[in-house]
Design a protein around this ligand. Structure first.
Ligand code: ATP
Ligand code: MG
Ligand code: MG
Length: 347
Protein backbone atom coordinates (compact mmCIF):
# COMPACT_ATOMS: atom_id res chain seq x y z
CA UNK A 1 0.00 0.00 0.00
CA UNK A 2 1.41 3.44 -0.85
CA UNK A 3 2.09 5.95 1.89
CA UNK A 4 -0.42 8.25 0.20
CA UNK A 5 -3.25 5.83 0.99
CA UNK A 6 -5.43 5.97 4.06
CA UNK A 7 -6.56 2.38 3.77
CA UNK A 8 -5.91 -0.75 1.79
CA UNK A 9 -7.91 -0.71 -1.45
CA UNK A 10 -8.01 -4.52 -1.42
CA UNK A 11 -10.72 -5.91 0.81
CA UNK A 12 -9.28 -8.36 3.33
CA UNK A 13 -5.73 -7.05 3.11
CA UNK A 14 -6.27 -4.15 5.51
CA UNK A 15 -4.20 -5.93 8.20
CA UNK A 16 -1.13 -5.65 5.94
CA UNK A 17 -1.16 -1.85 6.09
CA UNK A 18 -0.06 -1.89 9.73
CA UNK A 19 2.37 -4.80 9.31
CA UNK A 20 6.07 -3.97 9.27
CA UNK A 21 6.98 -5.93 6.14
CA UNK A 22 10.69 -5.14 6.55
CA UNK A 23 10.84 -7.65 9.41
CA UNK A 24 9.47 -10.50 7.25
CA UNK A 25 11.06 -12.75 4.64
CA UNK A 26 9.69 -12.75 1.08
CA UNK A 27 8.19 -16.17 1.75
CA UNK A 28 6.42 -14.92 4.87
CA UNK A 29 5.01 -11.97 2.91
CA UNK A 30 3.90 -14.31 0.14
CA UNK A 31 2.07 -16.47 2.71
CA UNK A 32 0.61 -13.40 4.42
CA UNK A 33 -0.73 -12.24 1.06
CA UNK A 34 -2.57 -15.56 0.74
CA UNK A 35 -0.25 -17.22 -1.81
CA UNK A 36 -1.23 -15.02 -4.78
CA UNK A 37 -0.69 -16.25 -8.33
CA UNK A 38 0.54 -12.85 -9.40
CA UNK A 39 1.70 -9.60 -7.84
CA UNK A 40 1.59 -6.20 -9.54
CA UNK A 41 2.34 -2.61 -8.54
CA UNK A 42 0.35 0.62 -8.43
CA UNK A 43 3.42 2.88 -8.27
CA UNK A 44 7.08 2.59 -9.30
CA UNK A 45 8.57 3.57 -5.94
CA UNK A 46 8.57 0.03 -4.56
CA UNK A 47 11.15 -2.37 -3.14
CA UNK A 48 12.50 -4.08 -6.27
CA UNK A 49 14.65 -6.55 -4.30
CA UNK A 50 11.55 -7.71 -2.44
CA UNK A 51 9.67 -8.06 -5.73
CA UNK A 52 12.53 -10.18 -7.12
CA UNK A 53 12.39 -12.39 -4.03
CA UNK A 54 8.59 -12.69 -4.28
CA UNK A 55 9.08 -13.66 -7.93
CA UNK A 56 10.61 -16.91 -6.64
CA UNK A 57 7.14 -17.80 -5.32
CA UNK A 58 4.74 -16.32 -7.86
CA UNK A 59 4.53 -14.21 -11.02
CA UNK A 60 5.39 -10.51 -10.74
CA UNK A 61 4.17 -8.26 -13.58
CA UNK A 62 5.52 -6.01 -14.87
CA UNK A 63 8.89 -7.61 -14.23
CA UNK A 64 11.06 -6.08 -11.48
CA UNK A 65 13.84 -5.14 -13.94
CA UNK A 66 11.44 -2.90 -15.89
CA UNK A 67 10.25 -1.31 -12.65
CA UNK A 68 13.88 -0.75 -11.56
CA UNK A 69 14.69 1.18 -14.77
CA UNK A 70 11.70 3.47 -14.26
CA UNK A 71 12.82 4.23 -10.69
CA UNK A 72 15.92 6.11 -11.76
CA UNK A 73 15.83 8.95 -14.29
CA UNK A 74 19.40 8.28 -15.50
CA UNK A 75 18.70 4.59 -16.12
CA UNK A 76 15.38 5.48 -17.73
CA UNK A 77 16.95 8.00 -20.13
CA UNK A 78 19.86 5.68 -21.01
CA UNK A 79 17.43 2.83 -21.69
CA UNK A 80 15.31 5.00 -24.01
CA UNK A 81 18.43 6.34 -25.77
CA UNK A 82 19.78 2.80 -26.20
CA UNK A 83 16.67 2.04 -28.27
CA UNK A 84 17.45 5.04 -30.49
CA UNK A 85 14.60 7.25 -29.26
CA UNK A 86 14.88 10.92 -28.33
CA UNK A 87 14.57 12.14 -24.75
CA UNK A 88 14.45 15.70 -23.42
CA UNK A 89 18.10 16.91 -23.56
CA UNK A 90 19.74 16.19 -20.23
CA UNK A 91 22.96 16.00 -18.30
CA UNK A 92 24.10 14.39 -15.07
CA UNK A 93 24.05 16.99 -12.26
CA UNK A 94 25.46 15.50 -9.07
CA UNK A 95 28.08 18.14 -8.23
CA UNK A 96 29.01 21.76 -8.95
CA UNK A 97 31.27 21.03 -11.97
CA UNK A 98 28.52 18.89 -13.50
CA UNK A 99 26.04 21.74 -12.96
CA UNK A 100 28.38 24.16 -14.73
CA UNK A 101 28.71 21.77 -17.67
CA UNK A 102 24.95 21.28 -17.73
CA UNK A 103 24.44 25.05 -17.84
CA UNK A 104 26.74 25.31 -20.87
CA UNK A 105 25.13 22.33 -22.63
CA UNK A 106 21.46 23.04 -21.84
CA UNK A 107 21.35 26.79 -21.14
CA UNK A 108 19.65 28.67 -18.29
CA UNK A 109 17.03 28.43 -16.95
CA UNK A 110 16.92 24.65 -16.70
CA UNK A 111 15.14 22.03 -14.60
CA UNK A 112 16.92 19.93 -11.99
CA UNK A 113 15.21 16.63 -11.23
CA UNK A 114 16.00 14.20 -8.44
CA UNK A 115 16.69 10.82 -10.03
CA UNK A 116 14.32 8.83 -7.83
CA UNK A 117 11.09 9.00 -5.80
CA UNK A 118 9.67 12.15 -7.42
CA UNK A 119 6.07 12.38 -8.57
CA UNK A 120 3.54 15.16 -9.33
CA UNK A 121 6.44 17.55 -9.91
CA UNK A 122 7.88 16.92 -6.42
CA UNK A 123 11.65 16.54 -6.50
CA UNK A 124 12.23 18.99 -9.34
CA UNK A 125 13.31 22.62 -9.41
CA UNK A 126 13.41 25.28 -12.12
CA UNK A 127 16.71 27.11 -11.65
CA UNK A 128 17.79 30.35 -13.33
CA UNK A 129 21.53 30.25 -12.67
CA UNK A 130 24.39 28.27 -11.15
CA UNK A 131 23.82 29.76 -7.71
CA UNK A 132 20.21 28.56 -7.57
CA UNK A 133 21.25 25.16 -8.94
CA UNK A 134 23.93 24.77 -6.24
CA UNK A 135 21.34 25.55 -3.57
CA UNK A 136 19.27 22.55 -4.70
CA UNK A 137 22.26 20.25 -4.26
CA UNK A 138 23.21 21.80 -0.91
CA UNK A 139 19.75 21.10 0.49
CA UNK A 140 19.67 17.50 -0.75
CA UNK A 141 20.45 14.29 1.14
CA UNK A 142 24.02 13.04 0.50
CA UNK A 143 22.62 9.95 -1.25
CA UNK A 144 20.41 11.91 -3.68
CA UNK A 145 21.37 11.92 -7.36
CA UNK A 146 20.20 14.48 -9.93
CA UNK A 147 19.87 15.22 -13.60
CA UNK A 148 19.54 18.61 -15.25
CA UNK A 149 17.07 18.91 -18.12
CA UNK A 150 16.67 21.56 -20.80
CA UNK A 151 13.62 23.72 -20.08
CA UNK A 152 11.47 22.95 -23.11
CA UNK A 153 9.02 25.23 -24.81
CA UNK A 154 6.89 22.33 -25.99
CA UNK A 155 3.87 22.54 -28.29
CA UNK A 156 1.92 20.15 -26.08
CA UNK A 157 2.27 17.08 -23.85
CA UNK A 158 0.85 13.74 -24.91
CA UNK A 159 1.02 10.21 -23.55
CA UNK A 160 0.38 6.73 -24.82
CA UNK A 161 -1.08 3.94 -22.69
CA UNK A 162 -0.32 0.45 -24.01
CA UNK A 163 -0.83 -3.06 -22.69
CA UNK A 164 1.06 -6.25 -23.52
CA UNK A 165 -0.02 -9.75 -22.50
CA UNK A 166 1.95 -12.94 -21.82
CA UNK A 167 1.41 -14.08 -25.41
CA UNK A 168 3.01 -10.87 -26.77
CA UNK A 169 -0.21 -9.25 -27.99
CA UNK A 170 -0.13 -5.46 -27.69
CA UNK A 171 -2.97 -2.95 -27.51
CA UNK A 172 -2.48 0.82 -27.73
CA UNK A 173 -5.06 3.33 -26.55
CA UNK A 174 -5.51 6.52 -28.55
CA UNK A 175 -3.00 9.26 -27.75
CA UNK A 176 -3.96 11.42 -24.78
CA UNK A 177 -3.30 15.14 -24.55
CA UNK A 178 -2.29 16.26 -21.06
CA UNK A 179 -2.41 19.68 -19.41
CA UNK A 180 -0.37 20.14 -16.24
CA UNK A 181 -0.51 22.81 -13.55
CA UNK A 182 2.55 23.26 -11.32
CA UNK A 183 3.94 19.91 -12.51
CA UNK A 184 0.72 18.03 -11.62
CA UNK A 185 -1.65 16.57 -14.21
CA UNK A 186 -4.69 18.87 -14.26
CA UNK A 187 -6.78 17.42 -17.11
CA UNK A 188 -6.49 15.11 -20.12
CA UNK A 189 -8.48 14.37 -23.24
CA UNK A 190 -8.32 11.72 -25.89
CA UNK A 191 -7.85 11.43 -28.80
CA UNK A 192 -5.26 14.22 -28.63
CA UNK A 193 -5.99 16.98 -31.15
CA UNK A 194 -3.96 18.07 -34.20
CA UNK A 195 -1.76 14.98 -34.24
CA UNK A 196 -0.62 13.62 -37.59
CA UNK A 197 -1.16 9.94 -38.32
CA UNK A 198 2.59 9.59 -38.71
CA UNK A 199 3.16 10.91 -35.18
CA UNK A 200 0.57 8.51 -33.74
CA UNK A 201 2.30 5.63 -35.48
CA UNK A 202 5.65 6.82 -34.15
CA UNK A 203 4.31 6.86 -30.55
CA UNK A 204 2.92 3.33 -31.02
CA UNK A 205 6.23 2.11 -32.45
CA UNK A 206 8.12 3.54 -29.47
CA UNK A 207 5.71 1.84 -27.03
CA UNK A 208 5.94 -1.48 -28.89
CA UNK A 209 9.75 -1.38 -28.93
CA UNK A 210 9.91 -0.63 -25.21
CA UNK A 211 7.35 -3.32 -24.27
CA UNK A 212 9.20 -5.93 -26.31
CA UNK A 213 12.69 -4.98 -25.16
CA UNK A 214 11.54 -5.13 -21.52
CA UNK A 215 9.60 -8.37 -22.09
CA UNK A 216 6.87 -6.44 -20.35
CA UNK A 217 3.47 -7.73 -19.22
CA UNK A 218 0.76 -5.27 -18.13
CA UNK A 219 0.03 -1.61 -18.80
CA UNK A 220 2.86 0.79 -19.63
CA UNK A 221 2.44 4.56 -19.91
CA UNK A 222 4.87 6.79 -21.82
CA UNK A 223 4.81 10.58 -21.43
CA UNK A 224 6.02 12.72 -24.34
CA UNK A 225 6.85 16.34 -24.97
CA UNK A 226 5.71 17.24 -28.47
CA UNK A 227 7.68 20.00 -30.20
CA UNK A 228 6.14 20.82 -33.56
CA UNK A 229 5.96 17.36 -35.14
CA UNK A 230 8.68 15.75 -33.01
CA UNK A 231 8.21 13.51 -29.98
CA UNK A 232 10.67 13.57 -27.08
CA UNK A 233 10.19 11.01 -24.32
CA UNK A 234 9.79 12.59 -20.88
CA UNK A 235 9.43 9.46 -18.74
CA UNK A 236 7.57 6.18 -18.53
CA UNK A 237 5.47 4.61 -15.78
CA UNK A 238 5.29 0.81 -15.30
CA UNK A 239 1.64 0.83 -14.25
CA UNK A 240 -1.81 2.12 -14.98
CA UNK A 241 -1.52 5.88 -15.37
CA UNK A 242 -3.45 8.98 -14.45
CA UNK A 243 -3.53 10.06 -18.11
CA UNK A 244 -5.30 6.77 -18.93
CA UNK A 245 -8.16 7.16 -16.45
CA UNK A 246 -10.46 8.40 -19.25
CA UNK A 247 -10.43 4.82 -20.64
CA UNK A 248 -12.90 3.92 -17.86
CA UNK A 249 -15.57 5.87 -19.71
CA UNK A 250 -14.07 6.00 -23.20
CA UNK A 251 -13.42 2.33 -24.04
CA UNK A 252 -15.09 -1.00 -23.39
CA UNK A 253 -11.80 -2.31 -21.99
CA UNK A 254 -10.26 0.25 -19.67
CA UNK A 255 -6.54 0.39 -18.84
CA UNK A 256 -7.39 -1.26 -15.49
CA UNK A 257 -9.22 -4.14 -17.14
CA UNK A 258 -6.45 -4.72 -19.67
CA UNK A 259 -3.80 -4.59 -16.95
CA UNK A 260 -5.61 -7.29 -14.99
CA UNK A 261 -6.24 -9.32 -18.16
CA UNK A 262 -2.55 -9.15 -19.07
CA UNK A 263 -1.06 -9.99 -15.67
CA UNK A 264 -3.51 -12.86 -15.10
CA UNK A 265 -2.58 -14.60 -18.34
CA UNK A 266 -5.56 -13.55 -20.45
CA UNK A 267 -5.28 -11.86 -23.84
CA UNK A 268 -5.48 -8.07 -23.85
CA UNK A 269 -8.73 -6.82 -25.39
CA UNK A 270 -8.78 -4.32 -28.24
CA UNK A 271 -9.77 -0.87 -27.07
CA UNK A 272 -11.37 1.27 -29.78
CA UNK A 273 -12.68 4.64 -28.58
CA UNK A 274 -16.34 5.15 -27.76
CA UNK A 275 -16.33 8.72 -29.06
CA UNK A 276 -14.33 11.44 -27.34
CA UNK A 277 -13.33 11.51 -23.67
CA UNK A 278 -11.81 13.78 -21.06
CA UNK A 279 -10.69 13.52 -17.45
CA UNK A 280 -10.21 16.19 -14.78
CA UNK A 281 -8.23 15.48 -11.62
CA UNK A 282 -9.73 16.52 -8.31
CA UNK A 283 -6.66 18.15 -6.75
CA UNK A 284 -7.19 18.98 -3.08
CA UNK A 285 -10.85 19.40 -3.91
CA UNK A 286 -13.87 17.27 -3.08
CA UNK A 287 -17.32 17.41 -4.62
CA UNK A 288 -19.41 18.53 -1.63
CA UNK A 289 -22.44 16.66 -2.90
CA UNK A 290 -21.81 14.11 -5.59
CA UNK A 291 -25.52 14.08 -6.47
CA UNK A 292 -25.38 17.72 -7.53
CA UNK A 293 -23.17 16.90 -10.44
CA UNK A 294 -24.40 16.40 -13.95
CA UNK A 295 -25.26 12.72 -14.37
CA UNK A 296 -23.16 12.57 -17.51
CA UNK A 297 -20.03 13.13 -15.42
CA UNK A 298 -18.51 9.99 -13.95
CA UNK A 299 -16.92 10.69 -10.57
CA UNK A 300 -14.24 8.50 -9.06
CA UNK A 301 -13.50 9.28 -5.42
CA UNK A 302 -10.43 7.67 -3.80
CA UNK A 303 -11.56 7.87 -0.14
CA UNK A 304 -8.48 9.83 0.82
CA UNK A 305 -8.39 12.79 3.15
CA UNK A 306 -8.34 16.08 1.24
CA UNK A 307 -5.05 17.99 1.37
CA UNK A 308 -3.89 20.87 -0.85
CA UNK A 309 -3.01 19.65 -4.36
CA UNK A 310 -3.43 15.99 -3.38
CA UNK A 311 -5.05 13.80 -6.05
CA UNK A 312 -8.26 12.74 -4.29
CA UNK A 313 -10.38 11.69 -7.26
CA UNK A 314 -11.12 12.32 -10.90
CA UNK A 315 -14.04 13.11 -13.17
CA UNK A 316 -14.52 11.37 -16.51
CA UNK A 317 -16.71 12.55 -19.35
CA UNK A 318 -17.49 11.25 -22.82
CA UNK A 319 -19.51 12.20 -25.87
CA UNK A 320 -19.95 11.13 -29.46
CA UNK A 321 -19.06 14.66 -30.56
CA UNK A 322 -15.67 16.21 -29.88
CA UNK A 323 -17.13 19.71 -29.50
CA UNK A 324 -19.57 18.51 -26.81
CA UNK A 325 -16.84 16.91 -24.71
CA UNK A 326 -14.76 20.04 -25.13
CA UNK A 327 -17.57 22.27 -23.85
CA UNK A 328 -18.33 19.85 -20.95
CA UNK A 329 -14.65 19.90 -20.03
CA UNK A 330 -14.41 23.68 -20.06
CA UNK A 331 -17.74 24.15 -18.26
CA UNK A 332 -16.71 21.73 -15.51
CA UNK A 333 -13.34 23.44 -15.13
CA UNK A 334 -15.15 26.78 -14.80
CA UNK A 335 -17.65 25.35 -12.27
CA UNK A 336 -14.80 23.97 -10.20
CA UNK A 337 -13.22 27.42 -10.00
CA UNK A 338 -16.37 29.34 -9.02
CA UNK A 339 -16.29 30.47 -5.38
CA UNK A 340 -19.82 29.12 -4.77
CA UNK A 341 -19.29 25.85 -6.62
CA UNK A 342 -20.38 22.40 -5.56
CA UNK A 343 -16.76 21.45 -4.90
CA UNK A 344 -15.03 22.26 -1.65
CA UNK A 345 -11.40 23.30 -1.48
CA UNK A 346 -8.85 21.91 0.90
CA UNK A 347 -7.46 24.71 2.97
P1 ATP B 1 4.58 12.38 -12.71
O1 ATP B 1 3.57 12.72 -11.64
O2 ATP B 1 4.04 12.42 -14.11
O3 ATP B 1 5.38 11.14 -12.42
P2 ATP B 1 7.08 13.77 -12.22
O4 ATP B 1 7.13 14.40 -10.89
O5 ATP B 1 7.81 12.50 -12.45
O6 ATP B 1 5.58 13.64 -12.71
P3 ATP B 1 7.81 15.00 -14.77
O7 ATP B 1 6.88 14.17 -15.54
O8 ATP B 1 9.26 14.90 -15.08
O9 ATP B 1 7.65 14.87 -13.20
O10 ATP B 1 7.39 16.53 -14.90
C1 ATP B 1 6.11 16.98 -14.51
C2 ATP B 1 5.68 18.05 -15.47
O11 ATP B 1 6.56 19.19 -15.37
C3 ATP B 1 5.72 17.66 -16.92
O12 ATP B 1 4.60 16.89 -17.30
C4 ATP B 1 5.81 19.02 -17.59
O13 ATP B 1 4.55 19.67 -17.60
C5 ATP B 1 6.76 19.76 -16.65
N1 ATP B 1 8.15 19.53 -17.11
C6 ATP B 1 8.97 18.52 -16.73
N2 ATP B 1 10.15 18.57 -17.35
C7 ATP B 1 10.11 19.64 -18.16
C8 ATP B 1 11.03 20.23 -19.08
N3 ATP B 1 12.24 19.72 -19.28
N4 ATP B 1 10.64 21.36 -19.74
C9 ATP B 1 9.42 21.89 -19.54
N5 ATP B 1 8.50 21.38 -18.69
C10 ATP B 1 8.83 20.28 -18.01
MG1 MG C 1 7.19 10.62 -12.91
MG1 MG D 1 5.47 12.84 -15.50
Amino acid sequence: CSEQDDSSPVEGLGHLVKTDLSQLSAEEIYLLLGKPHVITVEKEDVNVELLKALNEHCDVHPNPEAIAISQNRKDEKRFVESLGFAVAPWSSADHVEALMEAGIKLGWPMIIKRCSTGYDGKGQWRVNNLQEACKVLEQAKPTDKFIAEKLLNFTKEVSIISARDLHGNIVHYSLTENVHKDGILHYSFSPATNISEQLTIQAQEIATAMLEKLNYVGVLAIEFFMIDDQLLINEFAPRVHNSGHWTQIGCNSSQFLNHIRAISGRAVASAPNKGFSAMINLLGQAPADKQLLDKELQIHWYNKSVKPNRKVGHINMNDQEASKVESKLHQTLLDMNKPDNQFSQAG
